[in-house]
Ligand binder design. Sequence first.
Ligand code: 5AD
Ligand code: SF4
Length: 475
Amino acid sequence: MDASLEPRVETKVPKKVFIETWGCQMNVADSEEMLGMLEAHNYQATSDASEADLVLLNTCHIREKATHKVLTRLGTLRPLVEKKPSMKIAVTGCVAQAEGAKLLQKADNIDILLGPGKIAELTSLLDAHEQGKNPVMALGFDRHKDEGEALLLTPRALTPGELPKVKPTVSGKSEITRYVNIAQGCDNFCTFCVVPFTRGRELSRSPADILDEVAAMIADGCKEITLLGQNVNSYGHDLLTKGRLSASEAGPFADLLEATLALPGLERLRFTTSNPHDFTRPLAELFRRHPQLGRYIHLPVQAGNDEVLERMKRKVTVAEYMERVQWLREIDPTMALSTDIIVGFPGETEEQFEDTLKLMAEVRYSFVFAFKYSSRKGTAAARFRDQIPEEVKTARLARLNALQDRITLEGNSAEIGQTRQVLCHYESRKTPGHYYARTEHFRLVRIAAPRNIVGELCTVKITDANKTALIGELL
Ligand code: 5AD
Ligand code: SF4
């Protein structure tokens, strides 16, 4: 073709974005979503904040000092903005939603404020900012955009060329294990929790969207997917109520798991966070039929005493929680569980706290995320009398962690001599030739291997163990 007739392609130098992600896996998934949108808007990720055109702080508001931490971080960004005055700062995530415009009064260097329910507006806010508006913000929650449309729980027959573009990872690498958000928000209003205020009411994504995204990730080399929701196993109830989705007796979440498991090439499927209230027997039964679900589940209990659970409005008793544990351990007595626990919830007595320790000794979790109760503005428990003194919470947390450390070590040590199937996630950066993998029980295993085993399901013999990891030998 005559060179003069060739279309002229304008190549704009890409801008750079530095993303910092705090808090839960859902924030990681949101950061990836935003990075994908920014890449389509001529941005490139950088790991060096000083060279960024846009610094994006994706924040978490779940426990105390959240706003304080954001303000401190904004302070440390000041010298960078002085050196590079064109640098923009965006605060996104749950602190942005919870604080809203008040945050702009507390810090004068925020250009963009974006709540987790408004991620889709990120690039239009950037454009508005470019046109001289400052600051710009989008907060609050949208309802379903495709309202009225009936949804089907079958994957569309997409060929690789038709699959949606896979979202970039924050690491920039094609990862073996990835997160997929299936629902936003929560309708539960546990009395300690700020999530229903920062992420709004439950809003499920359409099954076809989810399945397309998972299929695209598998085509990209991903072997393990974790489906995410604040209350993941109540997925689809909003769609059912509106008559937009029909489900089998097992319910929409179990149906979604079955449909996802049917996608070829997926080695493992996990989901989090399960709420014991919505954890049903048919859901437990899926673990019997599908080895891809592994032998592990995170099932937050929060406390081991019925009165405390009642005041937390968790909607299950200790006996009901234990019944669910029973369902899983009937299927496989080795089923590994982890949990979240809050110590020092308002009014928690010494005996009630000890009930939590008893429950832990009975369930024998493989690990526990334990937190001191922290009062969150706007939640019901913030108004409860009998707030527990800080030093009592600290002492209880230390006792609880000491017990769990023992249980974790015993559980890991019992693995020595076992043969396990592991999925290898990555190679150690510090010691090449050493790989990190997870067993079907989600235990971390370090393996020395003569070849690259990233992405492989391998059989290993466990030869040693400590509190954090096992050592495995490739068979
Ligand atoms: N104080 C302490 N821990 C909390 N969590 C949620 N809200 C609070 C709070 N106000 C913990 C719960 C939850 C986990 C994600 O964070 O254990 O399951
Ligand atoms: Fe918070 Fe309870 Fe909803 Fe979990 S289930 S996000 S703890 S309100």
